[in-house]
Design a protein. Structure first.
Length: 434
């Protein structure tokens, strides 16, 4: 195709197939209050944890001082229970004056001064899920304008206390209203979650046109059961969900609960790895003031983040579901690379899973493998049988670079043959890469 025609075609298709606000070309990353801090408004007895200005300022300080921002964690998102029970005399939403003495504009200025972004929450109905004032159809324009005036960067639109007909009007209307403000505001729609997440009730083509991300399914809780339940739903329905995702439009399996109370180290790695495979938004809901170094290193793993943030934005899939309760996931990445995750649902002991890249649909060639959580590398031929040892409820995650023709000379070092090809020897420790 002639370049100009190609460019025109790409511009047109971007305009047709994605919300045209230019934001969130890769999955958004940051922090979101809900799962960890809920609707705690008891600032008298629980000043450190209640939903108020200070909580968001504390998290902003941590994001900007503890290395998070540089890795891409830039959103600080207020969820439910931030507003006053009454609108102001002009019918505008207002923050609870006691808990947000500077109002939302003060918070957004504080964040912007630190290179961070602010997200806020509302509900397409009479009330929010927590019982605060909602945004009924007649209030959509005024609320969109209010958020733009406050210099908000993301808006999560929940769906409690509204019916399917109202939602079918309200979600597209809010998209238009946000666009009309002229401020690029990432738009998160809970609409599909209220409609069972699947066609024919949910139209993913339309969602991609009006929203940047959407909650497809129920709320995450601080438990491994909850993570498993979400994973099961997303991968059972992967054929519907994968085509819906792409730059500027993402399926949202809900927050990361890594760093809270419910997940072990292996389970935390599993959540991180599989959210990266899914090209999911990475919104942590934890206490960054007290997070353990173990949880932090999982959340700050540069390789997993770069897999999650791959610019092609193709959502990955489950390739294999073994009777042994081992599953293999795969995501294509730019530069002909890919990511693999070996996941164990077992609860007995580390499982030695044997396979080969050709069994996982890789084509002929040799591949450089980078183990994301151990930093070990190795070269694997497509035909080589290898063994990975996967911990109970844990993962092994690999970044697999583009295939190349194996050139043995490249492994000569100092006159010695350094054959890095893993032999597949059953007795060798598969986690010790040569
Ligand atoms: C719903 C949403 C949650 C959270 C709460 C707030 O349950 O799905 O993510 O926003 O409402 O009340």
């Amino acid at each position: 195709m002639h370049l100009a025609v190609f460019l025109l075609a790409s511009v047109l298709s971007a305009a047709t197939f994605a919300l045209d606000n230019g934001v969130m070309r890769t999955p958004p990353m940051g922090w979101l209050a809900w799962e960890r801090f809920r609707c705690d408004i008891d600032c008298k007895n629980d000043p450190k944890n209640c939903i108020r200005q200070n909580l968001f300022i504390d998290m902003a300080d941590r994001l900007s001082e503890d290395g998070w921002r540089e890795l891409g964690y830039v959103y600080v998102n207020i969820d439910d229970c931030w507003s006053s029970m009454e609108r102001d005399e002009n019918g505008r939403l207002q923050a609870d004056p006691k808990r947000f003495p500077g109002g939302i504009p003060k918070l957004s200025r504080y964040l912007h001064d630190r290179g961070l972004k602010l997200g806020i929450y509302g509900d397409m109905g009479t009330h929010t899920c927590g019982g605060y004032p909602g945004t009924t159809l007649d209030k959509i324009e005024i609320d969109a304008q209010t958020f733009a005036d406050w210099e908000v960067d993301m808006f999560k639109f929940d769906g409690c206390y509204s019916n399917a007909t109202e939602q079918a009007k309200g979600y597209p209307l809010m998209s238009k209203a946000l666009n009309a403000t002229g401020r690029p505001i990432g738009y998160s729609c809970s609409w599909p979650a209220y409609q069972g997440g699947l066609p024919p009730k949910v139209n993913y083509t339309q969602l991609g046109e009006i929203c940047n991300l959407w909650r497809n399914y129920g709320d995450i809780q601080d438990s491994w059961d909850s993570v498993l339940n979400i994973l099961e739903w997303f991968f059972e329905n992967q054929d519907v969900l994968i085509p819906a995702a792409g730059p500027g439009r993402w399926n949202d399996p809900d927050m990361l609960v890594i760093g809270d109370f419910g997940l072990s180290k292996d389970q935390s790695r599993s959540q991180m790895a599989l959210w990266a495979i899914m090209a999911a938004p990475l919104f942590m809901s934890n206490d960054l003031r007290t997070i353990s170094s173990e949880a932090r290193s999982i959340l700050q793993n540069k390789m997993v983040i770069s897999i999650n943030q791959d610019p092609m934005g193709i959502q990955g899939r489950r390739l294999v579901k073994e009777k042994s309760n081992i599953e293999v996931f795969w995501r294509p990445l730019s530069s002909d690379a890919s990511a693999l995750v070996f996941f164990s649902r077992r609860t007995d002991m580390p499982y030695r899973y044997q396979t080969s890249l050709s069994k996982l649909n890789y084509t002929t060639g040799s591949y450089k493998i980078y183990d994301v959580f151990t930093d070990k590398t190795m070269i694997l031929k497509d035909s080589t049988n290898f063994v990975v040892s996967v911990n109970p409820t844990g993962v092994v995650m690999w970044y697999v670079s583009a295939p190349s023709k194996l050139n043995r000379r490249q492994f000569y070092r100092g006159g010695n043959v350094q054959d890095s090809v893993y032999t597949g020897d059953e007795n060798a420790n598969p986690r010790v890469f040569l």
